[in-house]
Design a protein around this ligand. Structure first.
Ligand code: ZN
Ligand code: ZN
Length: 403
Protein backbone atom coordinates (compact mmCIF):
# COMPACT_ATOMS: atom_id res chain seq x y z
CA UNK A 1 0.00 0.00 0.00
CA UNK A 2 2.56 2.60 1.05
CA UNK A 3 5.68 1.03 -0.31
CA UNK A 4 7.71 4.20 -0.47
CA UNK A 5 7.01 5.56 3.00
CA UNK A 6 10.15 5.25 5.04
CA UNK A 7 10.26 8.73 6.51
CA UNK A 8 7.86 11.12 8.18
CA UNK A 9 6.48 14.20 6.42
CA UNK A 10 9.66 16.16 7.28
CA UNK A 11 11.99 13.49 5.88
CA UNK A 12 12.97 12.19 9.34
CA UNK A 13 12.60 8.59 10.55
CA UNK A 14 8.99 7.66 11.36
CA UNK A 15 8.37 8.46 15.06
CA UNK A 16 7.64 5.85 17.73
CA UNK A 17 4.58 6.28 19.93
CA UNK A 18 4.93 4.81 23.43
CA UNK A 19 1.65 3.63 24.99
CA UNK A 20 1.68 3.00 28.72
CA UNK A 21 0.17 0.28 30.84
CA UNK A 22 -2.15 0.20 33.87
CA UNK A 23 -1.28 3.06 36.24
CA UNK A 24 1.49 3.87 33.77
CA UNK A 25 3.02 7.25 33.63
CA UNK A 26 4.67 8.98 30.75
CA UNK A 27 8.11 10.27 30.42
CA UNK A 28 11.77 9.61 30.18
CA UNK A 29 12.20 10.00 33.97
CA UNK A 30 10.82 6.45 34.19
CA UNK A 31 11.76 5.05 30.78
CA UNK A 32 15.33 6.32 31.14
CA UNK A 33 17.96 6.79 28.46
CA UNK A 34 16.48 4.22 26.06
CA UNK A 35 16.61 6.62 23.09
CA UNK A 36 20.38 6.35 22.99
CA UNK A 37 20.03 2.62 22.27
CA UNK A 38 16.92 2.91 20.10
CA UNK A 39 18.93 5.16 17.78
CA UNK A 40 22.19 3.27 18.15
CA UNK A 41 22.27 2.12 14.52
CA UNK A 42 20.35 5.07 13.07
CA UNK A 43 21.81 7.79 10.92
CA UNK A 44 19.40 10.38 12.27
CA UNK A 45 17.53 10.06 15.57
CA UNK A 46 13.95 8.86 15.65
CA UNK A 47 11.44 10.96 17.59
CA UNK A 48 9.68 9.28 20.53
CA UNK A 49 6.15 10.41 21.40
CA UNK A 50 4.82 9.58 24.87
CA UNK A 51 1.05 9.70 25.01
CA UNK A 52 -1.00 10.12 28.14
CA UNK A 53 -4.13 8.00 28.36
CA UNK A 54 -6.39 7.11 31.28
CA UNK A 55 -4.28 4.92 33.59
CA UNK A 56 -7.33 2.99 34.90
CA UNK A 57 -9.70 3.52 31.98
CA UNK A 58 -11.23 0.87 29.73
CA UNK A 59 -9.58 -0.14 26.48
CA UNK A 60 -12.27 1.70 24.54
CA UNK A 61 -11.75 4.95 26.45
CA UNK A 62 -7.96 4.63 26.26
CA UNK A 63 -8.06 4.02 22.48
CA UNK A 64 -10.16 7.20 22.00
CA UNK A 65 -7.79 9.20 24.22
CA UNK A 66 -4.77 7.86 22.36
CA UNK A 67 -6.21 8.90 19.02
CA UNK A 68 -7.04 12.46 20.11
CA UNK A 69 -3.73 12.87 21.99
CA UNK A 70 -2.04 12.34 18.62
CA UNK A 71 -4.31 14.23 16.24
CA UNK A 72 -5.78 16.83 18.65
CA UNK A 73 -9.40 17.92 19.16
CA UNK A 74 -12.07 17.10 21.72
CA UNK A 75 -11.98 13.49 22.85
CA UNK A 76 -15.13 11.79 21.54
CA UNK A 77 -15.96 8.48 23.23
CA UNK A 78 -18.82 7.82 20.81
CA UNK A 79 -22.56 8.36 21.30
CA UNK A 80 -23.44 4.69 21.66
CA UNK A 81 -20.59 3.84 24.03
CA UNK A 82 -21.09 6.83 26.33
CA UNK A 83 -24.83 6.16 26.58
CA UNK A 84 -24.25 2.47 27.34
CA UNK A 85 -21.68 3.26 30.03
CA UNK A 86 -23.33 6.32 31.51
CA UNK A 87 -20.64 8.94 31.01
CA UNK A 88 -20.42 12.08 28.91
CA UNK A 89 -19.73 11.59 25.23
CA UNK A 90 -16.96 14.22 25.13
CA UNK A 91 -13.85 14.45 27.29
CA UNK A 92 -11.11 17.05 27.38
CA UNK A 93 -10.13 19.32 24.52
CA UNK A 94 -6.60 18.87 23.20
CA UNK A 95 -5.76 22.04 21.25
CA UNK A 96 -2.58 20.67 19.70
CA UNK A 97 -2.13 16.98 18.97
CA UNK A 98 1.33 15.49 19.16
CA UNK A 99 1.24 14.25 15.56
CA UNK A 100 -1.77 15.74 13.74
CA UNK A 101 -0.52 14.32 10.42
CA UNK A 102 -1.15 10.72 11.58
CA UNK A 103 -2.84 8.87 8.72
CA UNK A 104 -2.20 5.94 6.42
CA UNK A 105 -0.01 8.35 4.43
CA UNK A 106 2.00 9.36 7.50
CA UNK A 107 1.95 6.27 9.73
CA UNK A 108 3.49 5.84 13.16
CA UNK A 109 5.25 3.01 14.95
CA UNK A 110 3.69 1.89 18.23
CA UNK A 111 5.47 0.37 21.21
CA UNK A 112 3.05 -0.62 23.95
CA UNK A 113 3.61 -1.97 27.43
CA UNK A 114 1.06 -4.13 29.28
CA UNK A 115 -2.53 -2.88 28.84
CA UNK A 116 -1.11 -0.41 26.29
CA UNK A 117 -0.97 -3.42 23.91
CA UNK A 118 -4.69 -4.10 23.54
CA UNK A 119 -5.27 -0.30 23.67
CA UNK A 120 -3.80 -0.16 20.14
CA UNK A 121 -6.29 -1.66 17.74
CA UNK A 122 -5.06 -1.71 14.16
CA UNK A 123 -8.31 -3.34 13.08
CA UNK A 124 -10.26 -0.20 14.02
CA UNK A 125 -10.90 2.15 11.14
CA UNK A 126 -9.69 5.18 13.03
CA UNK A 127 -6.31 3.56 13.74
CA UNK A 128 -4.39 3.99 10.49
CA UNK A 129 -2.10 1.20 9.45
CA UNK A 130 0.87 0.87 11.80
CA UNK A 131 3.55 -1.47 13.04
CA UNK A 132 2.81 -2.60 16.58
CA UNK A 133 5.25 -3.99 19.13
CA UNK A 134 3.88 -5.09 22.48
CA UNK A 135 5.60 -6.02 25.74
CA UNK A 136 3.81 -8.14 28.37
CA UNK A 137 0.39 -7.24 26.97
CA UNK A 138 -2.69 -8.96 28.50
CA UNK A 139 -4.48 -9.51 25.18
CA UNK A 140 -6.53 -12.43 26.49
CA UNK A 141 -6.91 -11.40 30.14
CA UNK A 142 -5.07 -12.26 33.33
CA UNK A 143 -5.90 -14.22 36.47
CA UNK A 144 -4.19 -11.48 38.52
CA UNK A 145 -7.31 -9.32 38.34
CA UNK A 146 -9.30 -11.99 40.23
CA UNK A 147 -6.50 -12.43 42.77
CA UNK A 148 -6.58 -8.66 43.41
CA UNK A 149 -10.34 -8.46 43.97
CA UNK A 150 -12.49 -8.93 40.86
CA UNK A 151 -15.27 -11.43 41.62
CA UNK A 152 -14.42 -14.70 39.83
CA UNK A 153 -18.13 -15.51 39.57
CA UNK A 154 -19.61 -12.05 39.09
CA UNK A 155 -17.21 -9.60 37.38
CA UNK A 156 -17.18 -6.60 37.25
CA UNK A 157 -18.20 -6.73 40.93
CA UNK A 158 -15.21 -6.36 43.27
CA UNK A 159 -14.74 -8.15 46.61
CA UNK A 160 -14.97 -5.74 49.58
CA UNK A 161 -11.66 -4.97 51.34
CA UNK A 162 -9.61 -6.41 48.46
CA UNK A 163 -6.67 -4.62 46.83
CA UNK A 164 -8.91 -3.81 43.86
CA UNK A 165 -11.54 -2.29 46.13
CA UNK A 166 -8.98 -0.10 47.93
CA UNK A 167 -7.52 1.00 44.60
CA UNK A 168 -10.98 1.97 43.31
CA UNK A 169 -11.62 4.08 46.43
CA UNK A 170 -8.21 5.75 46.06
CA UNK A 171 -9.02 6.70 42.44
CA UNK A 172 -12.31 8.30 43.57
CA UNK A 173 -10.71 10.26 46.43
CA UNK A 174 -7.87 11.54 44.23
CA UNK A 175 -10.32 12.45 41.45
CA UNK A 176 -12.56 14.30 43.95
CA UNK A 177 -9.78 16.56 45.18
CA UNK A 178 -7.89 16.65 41.86
CA UNK A 179 -8.53 20.39 41.18
CA UNK A 180 -6.44 21.10 44.31
CA UNK A 181 -3.61 18.74 43.36
CA UNK A 182 -0.68 19.28 41.02
CA UNK A 183 -1.18 17.32 37.77
CA UNK A 184 0.90 14.38 38.97
CA UNK A 185 -1.85 11.79 38.75
CA UNK A 186 -4.25 12.28 35.86
CA UNK A 187 -7.06 9.73 35.61
CA UNK A 188 -8.56 11.34 32.48
CA UNK A 189 -11.93 11.31 34.26
CA UNK A 190 -13.21 14.50 32.59
CA UNK A 191 -16.23 12.70 31.13
CA UNK A 192 -17.21 11.24 34.50
CA UNK A 193 -17.72 14.33 36.70
CA UNK A 194 -15.94 13.10 39.83
CA UNK A 195 -14.39 16.27 41.31
CA UNK A 196 -15.78 18.29 44.25
CA UNK A 197 -16.81 20.90 41.70
CA UNK A 198 -19.11 18.37 40.00
CA UNK A 199 -20.51 16.23 42.81
CA UNK A 200 -21.46 16.54 46.48
CA UNK A 201 -19.57 14.93 49.34
CA UNK A 202 -22.52 12.58 49.77
CA UNK A 203 -22.12 11.43 46.14
CA UNK A 204 -18.45 10.76 46.82
CA UNK A 205 -19.40 8.58 49.79
CA UNK A 206 -21.81 6.67 47.55
CA UNK A 207 -19.00 6.05 45.06
CA UNK A 208 -16.73 4.88 47.88
CA UNK A 209 -19.42 2.43 48.94
CA UNK A 210 -19.91 1.11 45.40
CA UNK A 211 -18.05 2.66 42.50
CA UNK A 212 -19.93 3.28 39.26
CA UNK A 213 -16.58 3.25 37.48
CA UNK A 214 -14.30 0.67 39.13
CA UNK A 215 -17.12 -1.89 39.32
CA UNK A 216 -18.29 -1.29 35.77
CA UNK A 217 -17.59 -2.92 32.43
CA UNK A 218 -15.92 0.34 31.33
CA UNK A 219 -12.66 0.20 33.36
CA UNK A 220 -9.30 -1.57 33.11
CA UNK A 221 -10.07 -4.29 35.72
CA UNK A 222 -13.03 -5.71 33.81
CA UNK A 223 -11.22 -5.38 30.48
CA UNK A 224 -8.46 -7.71 31.70
CA UNK A 225 -10.85 -10.44 32.83
CA UNK A 226 -10.99 -13.56 30.64
CA UNK A 227 -14.69 -12.86 30.18
CA UNK A 228 -14.07 -9.43 28.62
CA UNK A 229 -11.25 -10.79 26.43
CA UNK A 230 -13.55 -13.55 25.15
CA UNK A 231 -16.27 -10.99 24.42
CA UNK A 232 -13.80 -8.81 22.49
CA UNK A 233 -12.62 -11.74 20.43
CA UNK A 234 -16.22 -12.81 19.70
CA UNK A 235 -16.84 -9.25 18.49
CA UNK A 236 -14.02 -9.59 15.96
CA UNK A 237 -11.32 -7.68 17.82
CA UNK A 238 -7.74 -8.81 17.47
CA UNK A 239 -8.05 -10.03 13.91
CA UNK A 240 -4.86 -9.69 11.92
CA UNK A 241 -4.57 -6.76 9.56
CA UNK A 242 -2.65 -8.06 6.54
CA UNK A 243 -0.56 -4.91 6.14
CA UNK A 244 0.35 -4.36 9.79
CA UNK A 245 3.65 -5.59 11.24
CA UNK A 246 3.27 -7.26 14.64
CA UNK A 247 5.75 -8.29 17.28
CA UNK A 248 5.12 -9.32 20.88
CA UNK A 249 7.63 -9.70 23.71
CA UNK A 250 6.63 -12.22 26.31
CA UNK A 251 8.25 -12.06 29.73
CA UNK A 252 8.34 -15.14 31.95
CA UNK A 253 9.73 -15.39 35.50
CA UNK A 254 8.41 -18.84 36.47
CA UNK A 255 9.23 -22.50 35.94
CA UNK A 256 7.33 -25.76 36.43
CA UNK A 257 6.67 -26.93 39.98
CA UNK A 258 7.59 -30.46 39.02
CA UNK A 259 7.75 -32.68 35.95
CA UNK A 260 4.25 -33.99 36.63
CA UNK A 261 2.59 -30.57 36.96
CA UNK A 262 2.02 -27.77 34.52
CA UNK A 263 1.62 -25.28 37.31
CA UNK A 264 4.47 -22.86 37.87
CA UNK A 265 6.46 -21.09 40.54
CA UNK A 266 8.72 -18.03 40.29
CA UNK A 267 12.46 -18.57 40.21
CA UNK A 268 14.16 -17.56 43.45
CA UNK A 269 16.30 -14.78 41.93
CA UNK A 270 13.10 -12.72 41.52
CA UNK A 271 12.55 -12.57 45.27
CA UNK A 272 14.24 -9.16 45.10
CA UNK A 273 11.00 -7.95 43.47
CA UNK A 274 8.70 -9.19 46.27
CA UNK A 275 5.39 -7.96 44.81
CA UNK A 276 6.09 -9.61 41.46
CA UNK A 277 7.28 -12.74 43.24
CA UNK A 278 4.12 -13.09 45.32
CA UNK A 279 1.83 -12.38 42.36
CA UNK A 280 3.75 -14.83 40.11
CA UNK A 281 3.44 -17.50 42.77
CA UNK A 282 -0.31 -17.07 43.16
CA UNK A 283 -0.84 -16.88 39.39
CA UNK A 284 1.30 -19.97 38.87
CA UNK A 285 -1.17 -22.13 40.78
CA UNK A 286 -4.40 -20.34 39.89
CA UNK A 287 -7.51 -22.52 39.84
CA UNK A 288 -9.27 -21.69 36.57
CA UNK A 289 -12.26 -23.85 37.49
CA UNK A 290 -13.64 -21.14 39.83
CA UNK A 291 -14.32 -18.75 36.94
CA UNK A 292 -17.89 -18.05 35.84
CA UNK A 293 -18.42 -17.83 32.97
CA UNK A 294 -15.73 -20.37 32.14
CA UNK A 295 -13.10 -18.90 29.84
CA UNK A 296 -13.22 -20.09 26.22
CA UNK A 297 -9.85 -21.82 26.53
CA UNK A 298 -11.10 -24.49 28.83
CA UNK A 299 -14.25 -25.22 26.87
CA UNK A 300 -16.55 -25.65 29.85
CA UNK A 301 -15.24 -29.16 30.37
CA UNK A 302 -15.56 -29.33 34.13
CA UNK A 303 -15.03 -33.09 34.11
CA UNK A 304 -11.54 -32.77 32.71
CA UNK A 305 -10.79 -29.42 34.26
CA UNK A 306 -10.75 -29.66 38.02
CA UNK A 307 -8.30 -28.40 40.56
CA UNK A 308 -5.11 -30.40 40.55
CA UNK A 309 -5.99 -32.08 37.27
CA UNK A 310 -5.00 -29.45 34.79
CA UNK A 311 -4.03 -31.89 32.07
CA UNK A 312 -6.28 -30.33 29.45
CA UNK A 313 -4.29 -27.09 29.45
CA UNK A 314 -0.68 -26.27 28.69
CA UNK A 315 1.81 -24.66 31.05
CA UNK A 316 1.37 -21.33 29.22
CA UNK A 317 -1.75 -20.70 31.35
CA UNK A 318 0.33 -20.73 34.58
CA UNK A 319 3.73 -19.49 33.35
CA UNK A 320 3.71 -15.73 33.88
CA UNK A 321 5.67 -12.51 34.38
CA UNK A 322 4.09 -11.59 37.73
CA UNK A 323 1.16 -9.81 36.05
CA UNK A 324 0.14 -11.61 32.84
CA UNK A 325 0.20 -15.34 31.91
CA UNK A 326 2.26 -15.99 28.80
CA UNK A 327 -0.57 -17.33 26.60
CA UNK A 328 -2.20 -13.92 26.97
CA UNK A 329 1.02 -12.03 26.18
CA UNK A 330 1.48 -13.87 22.87
CA UNK A 331 -1.22 -12.21 20.76
CA UNK A 332 -5.01 -11.91 20.59
CA UNK A 333 -6.95 -15.06 19.59
CA UNK A 334 -5.67 -18.66 19.82
CA UNK A 335 -2.54 -19.73 17.92
CA UNK A 336 -2.92 -20.49 14.24
CA UNK A 337 -0.30 -21.58 11.77
CA UNK A 338 -0.83 -18.61 9.43
CA UNK A 339 -1.30 -16.09 12.21
CA UNK A 340 1.72 -16.36 14.51
CA UNK A 341 5.32 -17.41 14.67
CA UNK A 342 6.86 -18.15 18.08
CA UNK A 343 10.59 -17.46 18.36
CA UNK A 344 12.80 -18.36 21.29
CA UNK A 345 15.02 -15.33 21.56
CA UNK A 346 16.66 -15.44 24.95
CA UNK A 347 20.33 -16.19 24.89
CA UNK A 348 20.77 -15.80 21.15
CA UNK A 349 23.32 -13.34 19.87
CA UNK A 350 21.91 -10.03 18.73
CA UNK A 351 22.36 -10.67 15.00
CA UNK A 352 20.63 -14.06 15.05
CA UNK A 353 17.36 -12.58 16.20
CA UNK A 354 16.89 -10.57 13.04
CA UNK A 355 14.97 -11.79 10.09
CA UNK A 356 13.05 -9.97 7.44
CA UNK A 357 9.70 -9.19 9.06
CA UNK A 358 6.51 -9.92 7.17
CA UNK A 359 3.26 -8.06 7.77
CA UNK A 360 0.08 -9.85 8.81
CA UNK A 361 1.75 -12.22 11.25
CA UNK A 362 2.55 -12.01 14.96
CA UNK A 363 6.23 -12.64 15.76
CA UNK A 364 6.31 -13.83 19.36
CA UNK A 365 9.57 -13.39 21.26
CA UNK A 366 9.94 -15.01 24.66
CA UNK A 367 12.15 -13.24 27.21
CA UNK A 368 13.09 -15.81 29.84
CA UNK A 369 13.87 -14.86 33.41
CA UNK A 370 12.14 -11.49 33.03
CA UNK A 371 9.26 -10.00 34.99
CA UNK A 372 6.59 -7.52 33.91
CA UNK A 373 8.91 -4.51 34.27
CA UNK A 374 12.27 -6.03 33.26
CA UNK A 375 12.31 -4.66 29.71
CA UNK A 376 10.17 -1.55 30.09
CA UNK A 377 9.10 0.87 31.52
CA UNK A 378 11.51 1.05 34.46
CA UNK A 379 15.00 1.85 33.19
CA UNK A 380 17.59 -0.11 35.16
CA UNK A 381 20.46 0.23 32.68
CA UNK A 382 20.83 -3.53 32.24
CA UNK A 383 22.49 -5.13 29.23
CA UNK A 384 19.18 -6.80 28.47
CA UNK A 385 17.44 -3.44 28.16
CA UNK A 386 20.20 -1.89 26.07
CA UNK A 387 20.27 -4.81 23.64
CA UNK A 388 16.47 -4.87 23.48
CA UNK A 389 16.21 -1.21 22.48
CA UNK A 390 19.01 -1.61 19.92
CA UNK A 391 17.15 -4.53 18.35
CA UNK A 392 13.93 -2.55 18.38
CA UNK A 393 15.64 0.33 16.51
CA UNK A 394 16.90 -2.06 13.87
CA UNK A 395 13.55 -3.81 13.57
CA UNK A 396 11.79 -0.50 12.94
CA UNK A 397 14.29 0.35 10.19
CA UNK A 398 13.81 -3.10 8.65
CA UNK A 399 10.02 -2.73 8.77
CA UNK A 400 10.29 0.62 6.98
CA UNK A 401 12.46 -0.97 4.29
CA UNK A 402 9.95 -3.79 3.81
CA UNK A 403 6.75 -1.78 3.69
ZN1 ZN B 1 -16.16 4.73 28.41
ZN1 ZN C 1 0.67 -18.12 18.57
Amino acid sequence: MAGSIRKDFCGRPIPVVVVQGFLGTSGTWLWGSFERYLNFHAQSPRRTIFVDVGPVSSLHDRACELYYALVGGTVDYGAEHSKAHNHARYGRHIPQGQYPEWSSTWPLHFVAHSIGGPTCRPEDDFFPLMPLLTVSAPFRGTQLVYLLGERADAAPAVRPLSVGSVLGKWVHIISYISPLLPQVVDFHADCRSLTYRDISFFSLLKQLWKSDWAESRDATPFDVTFQAADERESDGEGVIEPETFYQSHVAVMTRQYSKSSRMQMPTLNHITSPMMYICARLMGKFDYSILRPSPSFHQLDDCVFTTGSETSMGEEYWANDGVVPIFSQWHPLPCRRDHCRHLETTGQPDEDRLETPRPGIWYVNQEDDAHHMSLVPLWTNTDRQKQWWKRLGRWLSTVEENR
